[in-house]
Ligand binder design. Structure first.
Ligand SMILES: [Zn+2]
Ligand SMILES: [Zn+2]
Length: 428
């Protein structure tokens, strides 16, 4: 016997009946986005590796350490997508969906891949649902999309959620903040963790994300981006805050919130929940005003977010709002008692299915007990027997496993059988 092959580390199978629930979570979340006018776009699972280094940033953890890159047989370098925004923008530009004069709203969902240390709520293949608005945006568009995510928090009863908010400045004011930050960090270089010493040189903003206690100490008195905002960024920030206030959406200002991606400008936000433990973020995003142009498109702003489906699952499980799976998945198991009855059984099965009765066949045994066991495993309400007598009289004997009642039907009266079955399962 050979050793069984297991799924790769950090990769999870989603088995029945969870798989249906998982899809339902996708539908629920996408449904909320549809009420905001977002149209679905289906994107490839892999892209040119350059797409991500150019958009997310070459000196970010994602691109430096976490991306699954591979060379294909033609020698081109590809990467499994670590996130959706870059792919979505690439596709929107390629298909001329973006236009400086109009606003487009697109949503996506599916697996993403990052080589991280697996832990609760963090997998190497995980799932995200995201949405992006592209076009001539105002700060109100930021608030409008945040308000849709807020609706998710409310309608899924996400426990103890909080909205963290920051403004990261723009291409005008960010450089002066960066300068002040680098100066401050170099003054404290000795106390920084080795990673942050490296980050100070290549991507100083990422130091703000460090969870190491020694770095945390230094970060207590770190210069704040919001003290460096230019008048335009300042007014953007004020407008976002006051419009959130007008919608009664509470938020906490978090000046260290920079997100792990280089492309953000102005508004950044995270929805967190204390019910999740260390990986507390369940939805996050922000504004990216230069990204479209950076990827070869027109110079238009974008605003977007992504939500973690596994985390939404955990939170909805805690809240008791996981989608209910419709049961039973199978209504009828057809059991031919002998080989000669199999053609009639197959015909009955096909016709019941055509009449919307979920039906399976059980062909491999002559033991009635095994047929009952199989029907039970599949959650069938009925067993249909076709034996010698039934073959001769062109009938089928159907037993209701719940009531024990047995009824004989003319085997060719498919729609009559289906009608009666449906009446029993779905009483008016
Ligand atoms: Zn600015
Ligand atoms: Zn550090």
């Amino acid at each position: 016997m050979s050793l069984p092959i297991r799924a790769p580390r950090g990769v999870k199978d989603i088995i029945p009946p969870d798989a249906i629930r998982f899809e339902k979570i996708f539908e629920d979340t996408t449904g909320i986005l549809e009420t905001g006018g977002f149209q679905k776009i289906l994107l490839p699972l892999f892209e040119s590796a350059t797409l991500f280094s150019r958009s997310i940033g070459g000196a970010t953890d994602i691109v430096e350490k976490e991306m699954y890159t591979f060379e294909d047989k033609g020698g081109d370098l590809f990467a499994l997508r670590p996130e959706g925004t870059a792919s979505l923008l690439r596709a929107a530009i390629e298909h001329h969906l973006v236009d400086p004069g109009k606003i487009v709203r697109l949503s996506y969902g599916g697996p993403m891949f990052r080589h991280e240390r697996p832990q609760a709520g963090r997998l190497r293949q995980f799932h995200q649902i995201g949405a992006e608005i592209l076009g001539p945006l105002t700060p109100s568009d930021d608030v409008d999309l945040i308000s849709l995510i807020h609706r998710m928090a409310v309608s899924f009863s996400i426990p103890s959620w909080r909205l963290l908010l920051n403004n990261m400045g723009c291409s005008v004011c960010r450089p002066s903040y960066r300068e002040a930050l680098v100066l401050y960090l170099s003054q404290h270089e000795q106390s920084l963790c080795p990673t942050c010493r490296h980050r100070t040189k290549v991507n100083p903003l990422r130091v703000l994300d460090c969870k190491t206690p020694s770095c945390q100490n230094i970060l207590e008195t770190v210069p704040r981006i919001t003290d460096f905002l230019c008048p335009k960024s300042q007014s953007h920030f004020e407008q976002v805050k006051s419009e959130l206030d007008s919608l009664d959406i509470p938020y906490t200002l978090s000046h260290q919130l920079v997100r792990g991606l280089d492309y953000y400008t102005e508004t950044t936000f995270e929805f967190v929940s204390d019910a999740l433990g260390a990986q507390s973020t369940w939805a996050a995003g922000g504004r990216y005003d230069g990204l479209c142009q950076e990827l070869g498109g027109p110079d238009i702003p974008g605003f977007g977010f992504a939500a973690g489906v596994e985390r939404l699952w955990l939170l909805r499980e805690k809240a008791g709002t996981l989608p209910v799976v419709a049961s039973p998945p199978v209504w009828m198991t057809v059991f031919p008692l002998m080989t000669e009855a199999r053609p009639s059984a197959l015909k009955l099965i096909r016709n019941l299915r055509e009449n919307s009765i979920p039906t399976t066949g059980f062909f491999g045994s002559v033991k009635i007990k095994s047929a009952f066991r199989q029907a039970e495993r599949e959650g069938s309400r009925f067993i249909a027997f076709i034996g010698e007598d039934e073959l001769r009289s062109e009938t089928v004997l159907i037993k209701d496993l719940k009531t024990g009642e047995q009824t004989s039907y003319p085997i060719k009266e498919f729609s009559f059988i289906a009608q009666n079955i449906r009446k029993t399962i779905l009483p008016a």
